[in-house]
Every structure is written in C-alpha cells, then in structure tokens.
Design a protein around this ligand. Sequence first.
Ligand SMILES: *[C@@H]1O[C@H](CO)[C@@H](O)[C@H](O)[C@H]1NC(C)=O
Ligand SMILES: *[C@@H]1O[C@H](CO)[C@@H](O)[C@H](O)[C@H]1NC(C)=O
Length: 358
Amino acid sequence: MERRRWLTMAAIIFSFFVLSAAREHKVNSKYNLPRYNHTLARILVEYSSAVYISDLTELFTWTCSRCNGLTKGFEMIELIVDVEHCLQAFVGVAKDLNAIVIAFRGTQEHSIQNWISDLYWKQLDCNYPGISDAMVHHGFYSAYHNTTLRPGIMNAVKSVKELYGDLQIMVTGHSMGGAMASFCGLDLTVNFGMQNVQVMTFGQPRIGNAAFSSYFSQIVPNTIRVTNEHDMVPHLPPYYFHFPQKTYHHFPREVWLYHIGFGSLVYTVEKVCDGSGEDPTCSRSVSGNSISDHLAYFGVQMGCDDVVTCKILMDPRLAAYSTQDQSGNFIMSMSHSNSIIKTNVETVELANCIFSSG
Ligand SMILES: *[C@@H]1O[C@H](CO)[C@@H](O)[C@H](O)[C@H]1NC(C)=O
Ligand SMILES: *[C@@H]1O[C@H](CO)[C@@H](O)[C@H](O)[C@H]1NC(C)=O
C-alpha cells in the first residue's frame, strides 16, 4: 500500500516534469519562430519590387506597372529619396493588410554584378551600439542609420499612427533593401518602442555576426527571410563554419524557395527552415551561383526597371509635395504638414556605430 502510493506519487511528479518541459518548449518556439504566411509573402514581394521604380511620379501616385497587382489600393504616405547615397524607401498604408508597409530599395549606383562581387569582402567592422559582441557591416548599417531615410520614415510612421491608430508594421525589401529593412525593424522596436513590427525580406545578404543575429531574433521574432534557389546574395558575405566568432551569421527564419519536377510539371517548394538562421538543409545546401535567381522572387521581377542606374524621373507638378535638403535629398509627402526633413528625431542617436578593427 505504502509502496503503491509512493509509485503513484513518483508517476505524478514525473508527468509533471514531462508536461512542463513540453509546455516550456512550445512557448519557446512560439516566441522565436514566426509562422510563415505564403499569402503575405506574395503581397510583400510586390512592394519590394515596386520600390525600385525610377519614375517617382508613378510610384508616388501608385500607378506604376508594378503597383497594380496584389498591392492595389495602397495609400502612399511618404516617399523618401536619398539622392546622395542612391537610396529609396516609402511608407504607406495597406488597408487590406490593416498595416503600415515600409519598403526599401538598396543602392543602384553600380551594376548588380559589381555590387555582388563587393559583398565577398565586406568586413564585420562595426559594433552594434549597446550590445556587446554584436557586430555588423558598417555600410549596411549606415545606409539606414546615417541617411535621410531613417528620420523620413519615422516621421511618416508617426503621422500614420496619429491618423489611423495602432496598425501592424510590416517592413520589407529585396537585396540590400532587405538589409536596410532589417535594421529598420530593429530600430522601430528598440528605439521607438513600437510593437507589432514584422520584417520580411527577399534575397538579403548577411548583415551581422552570430551575437547580432541572436539579439535580432529576440527583438524582432516575427521575421522571415525568403531566399530563392541558387540566389548568390543570401550566401554573402561568406559564412565561415570554422570561425564562429569571426563569421557573418544569418538570423532566422529562412524560407527557401526551390523548384522540383520537369518541364511543365515544375512546381515551387517553400521550405520553412529551422531556428538557427543557418539551416544547412535550406539555401546553404546548394551553391549560391545565380544572379537571375536573385532577380525574380515568386516570379516577380526585382531590381531596377531601367538600365540606367540611379536615374530619377519626376513630374515637376509633384514639386509641391516635395521638400529638399541641401544635399538634394528629398521627401515627397501626402500630408503637407509633415513635409520637412527633420534630422533630429528625438531618440537615442545611433548614427555612429563604433568602428572596430576586429
Ligand atoms: C496570411 O496573411 C493574409 C494577408 O495578410 C491574411 O489575410 C491571412 O489571414 C493570413 N493567414 C494566416 C493563417 O495568418
Ligand atoms: C555619416 O554620414 C556623414 C555624411 O555622409 C559622413 O560624413 C559620416 O562619416 C557618416 N558617419 C558614419 C559613422 O558613417
């Protein structure tokens, strides 16, 4: 009798441990790993494609050729053009998503081939402010933090929130635009205390080391990094397996697109990868040797619509909506009240990352 009671007791204690361990595990993965939503990816890839449009009139009025698919009805709030660094971003409201969408275009100063070959040599040369051991690439970091994009975006997000209240914030971009979208998602959460921030990028390069990546995934857990087949860019700057302290490291969660089948029976698999950021069974299982896989995601054309890079076309009538700074950078804003480039956003100033020789 005594013995049986003891056994029952032991069984109860044992199952308590098993159950609580299981529960804890579940909470963890829920916290760290976002669910991948295919429908949302198909929509956001179109925003990431549209931000490349060089005809600013068409882009601002959302009448461009890349503006009328799944993104129809998008309400543009602000278009920011950093002429100095050849960067572009917009902020607006997607009513169907009940969200603010922020999209980034990376630099197009040189050909995409040159840009990609430069990626091999990018150093982890900047300490991410406030996080010990977290290192990033200075160029990617400052393209977001040390240009007109950041204050322009913050002003626009603030005015949207005043108008609409709290909406989900979705930050997106392709290639280098994806790198900037990542820094923006982190910035909105950490330095502006915004909630409901999610990030989805397409074909983005690595931007920091393992310490940075694990910090990133804690702060912006709702992040999806879509990669495509043999796209070169997600393989760069290189990941050196044997130098864990020195190497770049992606953050989770990757979703790798690849095709299987033959001829007319080809279909696309969307593989949702593990929580490591460097799942060896995803894009890392193939060699990154394709530029064309970089330039089409879900069949949507990414990259510039024009061979002449960094060209700007604008109808002079739109000048009324736009404000310039001394360097020629400008913001086009639907809300006139807000059309001033404010460089002093009242927050922790992060423009200067700490250079490191490491
Ligand atoms: C996926 O995203 C779409 C578009 O935002 C949304 O309508 C749908 O409810 C989402 N699905 C799930 C399962 O969350
Ligand atoms: C920030 O930008 C200014 C102007 O382009 C430049 O002089 C400065 O060196 C940059 N700072 C950093 C840390 O990149």
